[in-house]
Write a protein that binds this ligand. Structure first.
Ligand SMILES: [Ca+2]
Length: 233
């Protein structure tokens, strides 16, 4: 079973990820690709292995390991969009040992906003497209006509952050765990609120969530919070 792109992005952001025990450090850019491949794209981990040990060989030697079962290869960066996996060449100025990252958006001004690891933990960062060879597009990730605008995405991200905050306010209850899991899944949240601009539905939904985390002592704070959410949206 796979999860949505947005749920995956939230789950890996800020994490050190090692999937294969390989590398120095073991938390390489390649591990983010493997995690994405298995949890979102629906492939097996071995499909994503780099035959030379350098990340760009996944793209260069495509379809090595049968990875073409779940992704399609494109050369260059034209058409690159959210959900695609970008590869940079071995020996390129920014990535002498090559690089791979998952695009969070379409390119802008010669760079692309990505989920990337090494240096540092998995995080969001604008990466230059200089030295990019091309990308792999998952066959099962449909991010197209119904994609939200950046402004809508920002509002939703804000609401999700507030729900995470709400969880800390009601911490200690069993249901709070469920609440957090729900908040991490933007598709779930989007479905529950019936569209990003339907703030009334979201407010109603949060009232429902409040009921689910019964036993909260500080309900007044939560009520104030709910009003704040409504204004934000
Ligand atoms: Ca590794």
């Amino acid at each position: 079973m796979t999860i949505s792109f947005d749920a995956w992005a939230v789950s890996v952001d800020g994490q050190y990820i090692d999937k294969d025990g390989y590398g120095d450090p073991v938390t390489q850019c390649h591990d983010v690709w493997l995690d994405y491949l298995v949890r979102v794209v629906g492939g097996s981990q071995t499909m994503g292995y780099a035959p030379t040990g350098f990340a760009d060989s996944v793209w260069i030697n495509f379809p090595v390991n049968g990875v073409d079962a779940v992704v399609t290869r494109y050369s260059g960066t034209e058409g690159l969009r959210k959900g695609d996996v970008v590869f940079w060449a071995y020996g390129s100025a920014s990535y002498p040992s090559s690089h791979v990252a998952v695009a969070l958006d379409s390119p802008s001004g010669g760079s692309v906003y990505c989920m990337t690891q090494n240096p540092g933990p998995t995080h969001r960062e604008y990466l230059t497209l200089a030295g990019a060879l091309g990308y792999l597009r998952p066959k099962n990730v449909t991010i197209g006509d119904d994609e939200m605008t950046p402004a809508q995405e920002a509002k939703l991200d804000s609401a999700i952050a507030d729900i995470a905050w709400l969880k800390t306010r009601v911490g200690g209850t069993t249901s709070a765990t469920s609440l957090t899991d729900g908040a991490k899944n933007t598709d779930w949240l989007r479905e529950r609120i019936g569209g990003t601009e339907n703030s009334k539905n979201l407010a109603n939904e949060l009232e429902w969530l409040k009921g689910r985390v019964g036993g909260v002592t500080d309900s007044k704070t939560i009520h104030e919070y709910l009003k704040g959410i409504d204004q934000k949206l």
